[in-house]
Write a protein that binds this ligand. Structure first.
Ligand SMILES: Cc1cc2nc3c(=O)[nH]c(=O)nc-3n(C[C@H](O)[C@H](O)[C@H](O)COP(=O)(O)O)c2cc1C
Length: 210
């Protein structure tokens, strides 16, 4: 099987969140698909190891914020590379409790909110089928696509993302350093004060590859 063709499937970029009075969880996803229109239903795929998956199974409620091209890269670093089981990801960003769910509003296009209708077990991941109960468009900003994230922001997806691919770093004479947190590849000499442009960690997290 040639898995490289999977990189040509197109997606958007989102934050899925959930919670109640005691706990808040959220993470970056790209795997959102609209299934129906009159009775709006969408699906998302969530790794079973992601804390957000466990919280959605408890609350059965989900919010999905549609990220724009203007999104703060720290939002992606926090929600895409850290776990809500260890930190409160929401404190540094604009969010509101809407219908009891924390919803990220920082430079987003808008949000949708819904209830979990069903969950399908897909080995490492679960597909959540979500019936929408509320939605709001908040700006005319351009929605960020997964391709924009890769090509313009030069971002990567971590191992828990369904679309994760191992980097092919082949026979180059350039020095190559790879971030052990987010997989960002830096080509050329690495300055001592270098900070990962995707997840914000320092040079100690960069491993030489050649
Ligand atoms: C670009 C990008 C796309 C991602 N897509 C998904 C996805 O569709 N499903 C998923 O489970 N994780 C996805 N992830 C990974 C989660 O966001 C990441 O594992 C997060 O740290 C989980 O946080 P949590 O433990 O608080 O739920 C993606 C991450 C990035 C950066």
């Amino acid at each position: 099987m040639d898995k490289t063709i999977l990189r040509d499937i197109t997606y958007g970029m989102y934050i899925v969140s959930s919670g109640n009075d005691e706990i808040k969880a959220g993470c970056i996803i790209n795997t959102l698909t609209q299934i129906t229109s009159d009775n709006p239903i969408v699906t998302i795929s969530l790794n079973k190891n992601n804390y957000t998956n466990q919280i959605i199974k408890q609350t059965k409620k989900v919010a999905i914020s549609i990220l724009s091209e203007k999104v703060n890269p720290n939002l992606i670093a926090t929600f895409g590379f850290k776990s809500s089981s260890e930190i409160d990801k929401f404190t540094d960003f604009k969010y509101e409790d809407i219908n009891g769910i924390p919803v990220i509003l920082d430079e987003v296009v808008g949000y949708i909110i819904g209830d979990v209708l069903d969950i399908i077990d897909c080995e490492t991941h679960d597909i959540f089928i979500i019936k929408l109960t509320d939605s709001k468009k908040l700006s005319n900003l351009k929605p960020m696509t997964y391709t924009y994230y890769h090509e313009v922001i030069k971002g990567k997806a971590p191992k828990n993302a369904p679309t994760y691919v191992e980097e092919d770093i082949v026979n180059t004479k350039e020095e190559i350093y790879v971030c052990d947190v987010c997989g960002y590849v830096h080509k050329g000499p690495l300055p001592d004060n270098f900070v990962c442009p995707i997840c914000g960690v320092d040079v100690s997290h960069f491993k030489a590859k050649n």
